[in-house]
Design a protein around this ligand. Structure first.
Ligand SMILES: Cc1cc2nc3c(=O)[nH]c(=O)nc-3n(C[C@H](O)[C@H](O)[C@H](O)COP(=O)(O)OP(=O)(O)OC[C@H]3O[C@@H](n4cnc5c(N)ncnc54)[C@H](O)[C@@H]3O)c2cc1C
Length: 419
């Protein structure tokens, strides 16, 4: 399987293929899924001296992690107050602090490994599409008071200097958040795992398993892995491999497009290297790529997983609704990806039973939380920490059955109707 056509696949720093698993491999830990969750867990396990085999059904970063918007910002797919209602205010603060650590983790890993082609650019703006200066200033003050985390308030005039659109009002700018090339990042981590002795197999979907014995086995079409611990990190693509997990999340699709190169035209609209997301739940998020020559624009969510035929046109219309001056700009590629959402909208990170782990449901705000989720899962497996207990209030809530289906519908409406 090849990568689908995206900006990231067009600008790979290295395109080395990994072999498919053939025969039997043994390891301390077998990880299923080579997205950000699985690779980060594998990296930290390998660093802790564990032998690791990672199975990826397609290619490294083929799923959401290698085709997303590339925004790395603190927070979760749901807001602080919602988290506090379920877990309590103190735990919600600990979780937010963890999400800040997730941002730092990606930045530091990128730098420490000098991963080529990641192109990190600091600065993410979260903009309102309605008047709300007081609310934003209160939010800025709360972040500084509760977390010592500094963001900048931008007035409407300051926002419109950067983003020349009448749609925007005030904004908060996070100078510590950044945007980057996620697929090159993942491939860089994969290379580091292999340097440390870990083995990665592409085109190697886990198809069956025996998980009740002390040594568990996971079978692919041409081989099998025998391991003491097994980790499921298949994101929105895991399907029905593990029934308990399949029941507990809803795959949701979201979309991204890439414009043609037209730097002068684009500069009439976007005059900053900062990325921007508007504050609607399924709102627009976009940034300049290719040295400012193109726009990478994301938005929309659907429960329908097959791509609409007019995907590129729908995204183009969203762009032109914000920037009429960009009407006529051509779209060169458009693609979708699947995220996994739990009913409570929070990641699910825990173990099903001893030596059987999962980290999934990272939703649409997943880069920071998926990275830190993978790391704390590795810490749980090695016994270094039990930080995964922070996610204990967010268990495997079923999305099946009449009540479950109603909850799923509600979740979806919550996501979409917050526009
Ligand atoms: C279009 C899009 C834009 C997004 N934009 C952003 C953004 O800008 N910022 C942000 O923070 N978040 C964003 N997200 C969310 C973020 O990408 C995800 O939350 C995160 O990448 C999830 O990582 P993951 O490792 O759990 O899953 P994935 O990256 O989907 O990885 C799962 C992997 O498991 C593999 N797999 C599945 N089943 C099997 C099996 N049986 N055997 C072997 N392998 C298997 C899949 O092939 C896949 O490669 C976006 C998501 C999408 C789809």
């Amino acid at each position: 399987m090849s990568y689908l056509d995206s900006y990231y696949a067009r600008t790979l720093a290295d395109d080395r293929r990994r072999p498919a698993l053939d025969g039997t491999a043994e390891a301390d830990v077998c990880i299923i899924g080579g997205g950000l969750a699985g690779l980060t867990a594998a990296l930290w396990l390998a660093r802790a001296g564990k032998s690791v085999v990672l199975l990826e059904a397609q290619r490294i970063g083929w799923g959401a992690s290698g085709r997303n918007g590339g925004f790395v910002t603190p927070g979760f797919a749901t807001g602080f107050d919602h988290i506090a209602r379920i877990a309590g205010a103190e735990q919600a603060r600990a979780l937010h602090t963890l999400s800040i650590e997730g941002v730092r983790l990606i930045r530091e890993t990128t730098e420490a490994l000098a991963i080529p082609g990641t192109d990190p650019v600091p600065g993410i703006v979260s903009a309102l599409r309605h008047e709300g200066a007081d609310r934003l200033m209160a939010q800025r003050d709360r972040l500084e008071r509760d977390f010592g985390y500094r963001v900048e308030f931008l007035s409407r005039a300051e926002v419109q200097e950067r983003f020349v659109s009448r749609k925007y009002f005030q904004a908060l700018r996070d100078p510590a958040a950044f945007h980057f090339h996620p697929l090159n990042y993942l491939r860089g981590i994969a290379a580091e795992i292999e340097r440390l002795g870990g083995r990665i197999f592409e085109d190697s979907a886990a198809l069956a398993h025996r998980l009740d014995d002390a040594v568990k086995t996971v079978a692919t079409s041409r081989g099998k892995v025998a391991a003491r611990d097994v980790v499921f990190t298949g994101g929105g693509y895991i399907g029905r491999l593990v029934p308990e997990l399949a029941r507990s999340f809803l795959p949701i699709a979201t979309y991204v497009m890439l414009t043609e190169a037209a730097p002068e035209r684009i500069a009439t609209a976007i005059r900053t290297t900062d990325a921007v997301a508007d504050n609607r739940r399924a709102g627009d998020y976009y940034r300049l790529v290719d040295g400012g020559k193109r726009i990478l624009w994301g938005g929309k969510i659907t429960t329908r997983l097959s791509d609409p035929g007019d995907l590129a046109e729908r995204l183009r219309q969203a762009m032109v609704a914000t920037y009429p001056q960009l009407d006529g700009l051509k779209i060169e590629a458009a693609w979708s990806g699947q995220m996994s959402y739990a009913r409570h909208l929070m990641p699910q990170i825990s173990r099903l039973r001893p030596h059987l782990w999962y980290a999934t449901a990272f939703g649409g705000h997943g880069m920071n939380t998926t990275a830190i989720g993978g790391k704390i899962l590795a810490e749980a497996i090695t016994g270094e920490s039990d930080r995964i207990r922070l996610f204990a209030p967010f268990g495997l809530a079923s999305t099946l059955g009449p009540l479950g289906r109603a909850a799923v519908q509600l979740t979806y409406w919550t996501l979409q109707a917050q526009d």
